[in-house]
Design a protein around this ligand. Structure first.
Ligand code: GLN
Length: 495
């Protein structure tokens, strides 16, 4: 027997897609009336969908993280800072969107409420984990949607649904009220059909880039924001428009992997050619640690997740399994049974993985090494960008720093670039049926081009590169830290 509040596992793999058919399934809750902005807001209102791992306080907008452990019974006592900030700017909240439980996944299939699909007919993956937000935007139901991007969860759904997905520099947008998956990587991200609505919110005098939040210890201080902006030559806050002419775009050679779909490779080459024709320079660059980035991400993110999710024990948080005994002599039966029933299969996999890599016998080999790779990923980026990283000194590279198997010679191009240009994902949007039959680790491959920018905390944006009736693919632009304003301008000129 389960508790009266009904912990239930969706058991995806045993259910055929046709029996799960449920109209795209991209919203979890809608308020009875759309939540209007506060009276002090600007007259320009816009509709906003919110990924359901971002806290809202309205009684008919619970925050479930698409998990059985929170379920629709969890009402957050606080409103996420980003929600308050957007409501002050005219956002009208129309609902909370479906996601992979706690943001863990790449196709929005690991949800307590069933998988998200971007179309009823061919049941194409909407990407994940912010798949619900992406579909709401792509269908024209809202003007803007909030997602979260830890390792690509805004960029990948944007690419698969043919819209724009932007991940800001880490520390720019407050994470207060965003239910943590992996704190050192989590960012709030924005999805829209066009770049302008996002640009209007981030850049400019009332731009979100300016707002420090003392409730989020990783929110950049006002002084640091000023310092970063000064290094960007006053770009922030001025709303300049960018000229492609004279800009240098780097093509990271290591992103041309064997698994890259030839259609994507061709579209990538065509995008580079278009930029060249517009007067930009295209140069090859090398990011040698790229091949280790995915593995490092899948050590660091689950490690942080295993620690973050410890609080869902049925006592501090979470739907308690009332049938289980809380008697200490029963050896933690309450915890085990609550967590066993409340979490879905992917979340459990991450908790096990994270607990293992943090355990004393595995820590040095996994977690510590992954942190080292993360530093190298950052250095790779700092090495190829013309702009300095305002938070880091330019470091010199020791050969001994390289992990085994990474070679340096010939790979270091002398070029320093303004932006990096690469695909968002190695394939077009796959069918749900295919991804449900995939081994979980194969699905992790989808994140190969998005996790490096996450590990380095850099701003990145996915813009539509190829949209066909069979599926869509995204072009990713990555910028130096705090070069968000220019990145948004350039992305606007690229599409
Ligand atoms: N697919 C990645 C993961 O499962 C990224 C998720 C995210 O960015 N929230 O961890």
């Amino acid at each position: 027997m389960l508790s009266q509040r009904g912990l239930r596992s969706p058991r995806l793999r045993n259910v055929s897609l046709s029996s799960q058919r449920r109209l795209l399934n991209h919203f979890i809750t809608h308020p009875a009336e759309p939540i209007p902005p506060p009276p002090s807001s600007t007259p320009n209102t816009f509709t906003l969908a919110v990924k359901d791992n971002i806290a809202t306080t309205s009684p008919d907008l619970p925050t479930t993280c698409a998990s059985g452990i929170l379920s629709k019974s969890y009402k957050s006592p606080i409103e996420a800072t980003i929600i308050t900030q957007l409501r002050m700017r005219g956002a009208v909240i129309t609902g909370k969107t479906n996601l992979d439980e706690f943001g863990m996944g790449s196709h929005s299939i690991y949800s307590h409420y069933g998988p998200v699909s971007q179309d009823d007919i061919s049941e194409t993956s909407a990407g994940g984990s912010s798949g619900g937000s992406a579909v709401a935007v792509a269908n024209g139901e809202v003007e803007l949607a909030l997602g979260t991007d830890t390792g690509g969860s805004v960029r990948l759904p944007a690419a698969y649904t043919g819209i724009v997905g932007y991940k800001p520099s880490y520390g720019m947008i407050s994470r207060y009220g965003v239910i943590p998956y992996a704190n050192s990587l989590d960012t709030v991200g924005f999805l829209s059909r066009k770049i302008n609505p996002i640009k209007d919110l981030i850049v400019g005098e009332r731009g979100l880039w300016k707002e420090h939040d003392s409730n989020d210890p990783t929110s950049l201080t006002v002084a640091a924001r000023k310092r970063c902006a000064a290094q960007r030559k006053g770009y922030h806050g001025q709303g300049q428009s960018s000229e492609l002419k004279g800009l240098k775009f780097g093509i990271p050679l290591e992103y041309n992997i064997a698994e890259l779909d030839p259609t994507i490779r061709d579209a990538w080459a065509a995008a580079a050619k278009k930029l060249q024709d517009a007067g930009a320079r295209i140069v090859p660059v090398s990011l040698p640690t790229t091949k280790h980035a995915l593995a490092a991400y899948y050590v660091i993110a689950p490690a942080e997740a295993s620690s973050n999710l410890a609080k869902y024990d049925g006592i501090r948080y979470g739907v308690r399994d009332t049938d289980a005994s809380s008697d200490a002599s029963a050896g933690g039966v309450l915890y085990a049974s609550t967590r066993g029933k409340g979490f879905g299969e992917e979340v459990k996999r991450r908790i096990l993985l994270g607990s293992y890599t943090l355990s004393s016998e595995a820590m040095d080999n996994y977690f510590i090494k992954a942190q080292r790779v993360r530093r190298l990923v950052r250095r790779d980026f700092n090495r190829v960008f013309a702009l300095e990283n305002p938070l880091q000194e330019r470091e010199t590279f020791e050969l001994s720093d390289l992990p085994e198997g990474v070679e340096m010679e010939d790979k270091w191009g002398p070029e320093e670039v303004d932006f990096l240009l690469c695909p968002t994902a190695p394939t077009m949007a796959p069918k749900l049926k295919e991804v449900m039959e995939q081994q979980p680790v194969d699905a992790y491959m989808n994140d190969v081009f998005t996790v490096p920018a996450s590990l380095a905390g850099l701003p990145a944006i996915s813009v539509p590169m190829k949209v066909t009736p069979e599926g869509a693919a995204g072009l990713q632009l990555i910028g130096q830290y705090w070069d968000d304003a220019r990145l948004l301008d350039v992305a606007d000129a690229v599409v």
